[in-house]
Design a protein around this ligand. Structure first.
Ligand code: TMP
Length: 211
């Protein structure tokens, strides 16, 4: 695939403010004259949203770790083919709420699945496609969970134990160290105003390099 647009992903634990900031980023880019496709994972197509429902619902039947991993990548394959790749080929920028760094962090860090296996699936499903920029919203687990609880009933992931989220956070931070060129950490404990000022600086740099 010949990619023309840029692919930006937002990552982080529960309740770190990704969704609020997604709209801020969309507006920022559109004001620069960039066409933006906003989407999310798991989800983004009719089928992938159905898989999201299955993954997030609190099920009576236990979902095995392998099933969870494969459903995440099944949703991703559909999303890439039907939404992400066509948008990038049109020259639009894609702004995606979570992508494969979430799989490394939740299924790898959280569930303990071998990251070599995740890397194999990543290559199989995505070929060479990787995000150009990833904003990692980072906050202590307790803060994020307080915010998530305020939103209402907890989903299957949000109902996990503290240890799980600590491992997810650690895996995200480890990836940010490993891919420091691509993954930029945003301190999500700050006021919304300061968070957005940090985001703006990162985007100004990215767009001034390119536009
Ligand atoms: P969110 O839309 O609130 O971020 O919910 C999506 C949930 O799915 C979140 O708890 C993280 C989880 N998730 C994974 O476990 N692995 C993945 O690859 C993705 C994309 C999401």
């Amino acid at each position: 695939m010949r990619k023309k647009g840029l692919f930006i992903t937002l990552e982080g634990g529960e309740g770190v403010g990704k969704t609020t900031n997604l709209l801020f980023i969309k507006k920022f880019l559109e004001e620069k004259g960039i066409a933006v496709e906003v989407t999310r994972e798991p989800g983004g197509t009719v089928l992938a949203e159905k898989l999201r429902g299955l993954l997030l619902e609190n099920q009576t039947e236990l979902i095995s770790e392998k099933t969870e991993l494969l459903l995440m990548f099944a949703a991703r394959a559909q999303h890439l083919k039907n939404v992400i790749e066509p948008a990038l080929e049109r020259g639009d920028w894609v702004l995606c709420d979570r992508f494969t760094d979430a799989t490394y962090s939740y299924q790898g860090g959280g569930r303990g699945i071998d990251t070599n296996l995740i890397a194999w699936l990543e290559q199989f499903v995505q070929d060479e496609l990787r995000p150009d920029l990833t904003l990692l919203f980072d906050a202590p687990i307790e803060l994020g969970m307080q915010r998530a609880k305020k939103r209402g009933a907890l989903d299957r992931f949000e109902s996990e134990k503290l240890d799980f989220f600590n491992n997810v956070r650690e895996a995200y931070l480890q990836r940010a160290r490993q891919y420091s060129e691509r993954i930029k950490i945003v301190d999500a404990t700050q006021s919304l105003e300061n968070v957005q000022s940090d985001i703006q600086k990162l985007l100004e740099k990215l767009t001034s390099d390119l536009l």
